[in-house]
Design a protein around this ligand. Structure first.
Ligand SMILES: C[S@@+](CC[C@H](N)C(=O)[O-])C[C@H]1O[C@@H](n2cnc3c(N)ncnc32)[C@H](O)[C@@H]1O
Length: 364
């Protein structure tokens, strides 16, 4: 039984499952789900195993909101690992048919998973060496040529005795182990939520475009800015920021001279000039209200790009996000605005998803 295995935030398995099932059905790929609550893992068992590869080529991972990472299984059942010679057992189960570009040793994002981190680190080195020796893994690349062909081998340890083996395509996979970028909290930031915007920029904006889309000299508005974790991310990239919030902003940010604090209602404020590039918004509000506001800023030409959170309700979280994204699409289409929009439940997000919305020129 071939499955697609997806990683998500523990507690969001239902949303992740509903989404893959729905989006696979658009490509006429059908299957059933197996998930355990709070494990952060979803199995999508395919009715027709030959469709796994087809789906993983056709459906961009970036179009899945709740999945951090995915792979298709190589062997049907988890591989049973002996007390000794685990490396050989894995190698044997993989066979000699395929050669992979790289390998990711992964664990569940749970306490049990964390307890295995020492074990998996210890096993990774000999495993990698062995798989290179027998030709299952390509020799170490010199990193001088960017090549996005080929597949990544995933080894997911469920325990010290069991592992799931799978592959994802280099072109359509997360660049991070478990799909999680580990970011360092910058001590100069006034709040931890700074990591959310940091991750969002890394995830949604290609690095080779940072010099024009996340650069010094751009103007930005931060709605619901206090105490300034998000503003900090804009300031450190050299932007001039209008911080909108009735609450106080951190003194350290005000001292940079790059921030103007306006104690206004974020739902009413609009910049006087049309020279604002970024809109970021972290107001804790009804998601439908935020969705409408963000779309209207784009329609009115008050920003080129927006990064914002949509808070998730307690029930019907997937349905609510899809509804709010549809609201944005409807407003933009009605106003003949060309745009791109992606949404992701990022690692540093909790009960919210992050959305990136960008106005496109008609010639793009
Ligand atoms: C989650 S906090 C923002 C944290 C901030 N992004 C940071 O990184 O430090 C939400 C903020 O939204 C502000 N807020 C809520 N409703 C607002 C409104 N209608 N207008 C302006 N600010 C609002 C609150 O005062 C609060 O400071």
């Amino acid at each position: 039984m071939t499955s697609i295995v997806l990683y998500c935030r523990p507690g969001f398995e239902k949303e992740c499952g509903a989404e893959i099932q729905e989006k696979a059905a658009y490509s006429e790929v059908f299957g059933y789900l197996k998930l355990t609550k709070n494990e952060g893992l979803v199995y999508f068992h395919l009715n027709d195993p030959s469709q796994a590869e087809q789906l993983m080529r056709k459906l961009p991972l970036s179009r899945l909101i709740f999945a951090r990472q995915w792979f298709a299984t190589i062997v049907d059942e988890p591989v049973e690992l002996p007390e000794y010679n685990r490396v050989e057992a894995i190698s044997e189960a993989l066979g000699e048919e395929f050669r992979y570009k790289d390998m990711r040793v992964e664990l569940l994002d749970t306490n049990e998973g964390k307890e295995l981190s020492k074990f998996s680190r210890k096993l990774s080195v000999p495993l990698r060496q062995h798989l290179r020796k027998v030709g299952t893994l390509e020799p170490q690349s010199k990193g001088d040529v960017e090549d996005d062909r080929g597949a990544i081998l995933h080894i997911l340890f469920l325990s010290g005795q069991q592992a799931i083996l799978g592959y994802s395509f280099v072109r359509n996979t997360s660049a991070y182990v478990n799909g999680i970028p580990r970011l360092k909290f910058p001590s100069a930031s006034p709040s931890r939520s700074t990591l959310k915007l940091d991750e969002a920029f890394i995830y949604f904006i290609p690095k080779n475009e940072w010099h024009e889309r996340l650069c010094s000299g751009l103007n930005a508005v931060d709605l619901g800015a206090a105490p300034g974790g998000w503003t900090y991310q804009l300031v450190r990239r050299g932007m001039m920021v209008k911080a909108i919030d009735n609450g106080p902003m951190a003194e350290s940010l005000m001292e940079t001279g790059q921030v103007k604090h306006l104690e206004e209602d974020g739902f009413k404020y609009r910049p006087r000039k049309k020279n604002n590039y970024w809109l970021v918004c972290d107001m804790i509000e009804r998601p439908t209200r935020v969705a409408n506001l963000m779309a209207q800023w784009l329609v009115d030409g008050d920003c080129q790009e927006a990064m914002f959170n949509l808070k998730l309700p307690v029930k019907g979280r997937y349905q609510q996000v899809m509804k709010d994204l549809q609201t944005i699409k409807d407003i933009l289409s009605k106003n003949e605005i060309w745009y791109e929009m992606y949404a992701k439940h990022l690692y540093y997000d909790r009960e919210e998803v992050t959305v990136h919305l960008r106005k496109l020129n008609r010639s793009v």
